[in-house]
Design a protein around this ligand. Structure first.
Ligand code: FES
Ligand code: FES
Length: 167
């Protein structure tokens, strides 16, 4: 593995890494820089757990190499500043085990940045690549609808009962 000195901008901060240009950004973020909010799931672009933003666009960090992000801005879950979305996530008690949630939030934030009031279909399409083994999909959709100021089209038993308990 040949190493180079590479610049990387993450969450507005500049890093210089001694790393192979072909190294996946995911490894650099987690193992070199130490930002572990972004998760490794499949390593093959299939689960969305590793989703980050590159110049504002959602990308799979497991399939994106360091050389592909030279001169670009990488944003991870630690740098996500989308308060209405985070608030809605809490309001709907979205996470269960939590493992997929950083990727879910990054995809949802990218969607709402591009489309302020997405339809259900647009939400489904934008979130289709983010898998959740705990099945939090209904709450994810509800949180996205709440964050965008829309009426929630469906709720599930867990979020309803938890909201009642908190009332
Ligand atoms: S770990 Fe990158 S898509 Fe699954
Ligand atoms: S909350 Fe457990 S995998 Fe999504």
């Amino acid at each position: 593995m040949s190493k180079n000195s590479l610049g990387l901008k993450i969450n507005g901060k500049d890093y210089t890494l001694d790393a192979d240009p072909n190294m996946p950004v995911l490894w650099a973020i987690r193992d070199i820089v130490g930002l572990t909010g972004t998760k490794f799931g499949c390593g093959a672009g299939l689960c969305g757990a590793c989703t980050v933003h590159v110049d504002g666009q959602p990308q799979r960090a497991c399939l994106t190499s360091l050389k592909q992000v030279q001169g670009k801005q990488v944003t991870t879950i630690e740098g996500l500043t989308f308060e209405p979305l985070k608030r809605a996530w809490r309001e709907h008690n979205v996470p269960q085990c939590g493992y997929c949630q950083a990727g879910q939030l990054m995809s949802a934030a990218a969607l709402l940045t591009q489309t302020a009031q997405p339809t259900e279909r647009q939400i489904d399409e934008a979130m289709a690549g983010n898998l959740c083994r705990c099945g939090t999909y209904t709450r994810i959709k509800a949180a996205i609808q709440t964050a965008s100021g829309q009426k929630v089209s469906q709720t599930d038993a867990r979020s309803e009962s938890e909201q009642e308990a908190q009332a």
